[in-house]
Design a protein around this ligand. Structure first.
Ligand SMILES: O=c1ccn([C@H]2C[C@H](O)[C@@H](COP(=O)(O)OP(=O)(O)OP(=O)(O)O)O2)c(=O)[nH]1
Length: 144
């Protein structure tokens, strides 16, 4: 069991819950009501800041139903919350693009996150040639 320190920026959203045994992704809620016109971009505040456990980062993706319900696309497709994003004002946000005029109500569940272990430390070693077998590039194995 890991503990995450969490700060809420509003009392208008329900507290985050980890639901054991269903999906271990945790839903995030809009911290304010937002109206978007078709073609408009906005950063939607998610009303929380967290201190992630040591050695972890968080990944945010839309819920499967987010586009059907709200007509919005998460513009970074997957949000990455670094463990250094842990200050008192480091509120999590969701960058979205509206494909139609839409309304998101405060407390609506619009995306979800999980924590992931950081990758190992990496160094790059430049070489003149690689020894692996060439795969041949995009689409070379056909469609079926
Ligand atoms: O969907 C997201 C993605 C990022 N962040 C926050 C947490 C993250 O740690 C910080 C910076 O994100 P990232 O490094 O992906 O963005 P950048 O464009 O490279 O900004 P920076 O120059 O601040 O690193 O913004 C969010 O709140 N929501």
């Amino acid at each position: 069991m890991e503990t995450i320190k969490i700060k809420y920026f509003t009392d208008k959203i329900e507290k985050l819950t980890y639901i054991d045994g269903k999906s271990d992704w945790i839903d995030l809620r809009a911290a304010e009501s937002v109206d978007l016109k078709k073609g408009e971009f906005k950063l939607i505040p998610l009303g929380v800041a967290m201190e992630l456990p040591k050695g972890y980062e968080a990944h945010i993706v839309p819920r499967s139903s987010t586009f059907k319900n709200f007509g919005i696309i998460q513009t970074n497709h997957q949000g990455v919350i670094d463990s250094s994003y842990c200050g008192d004002n480091d509120e999590w946000k969701m960058p979205v693009y509206a494909m139609r005029d839409t309304h998101i109500e405060v407390n609506d569940r619009i995306c979800q996150f999980r924590i992931m272990e950081n990758q190992p430390k990496i160094q790059f070693e430049e070489v003149k040639a690689l020894t692996g077998v060439d795969r041949g590039g995009f689409g070379t194995t056909g469609k079926q």
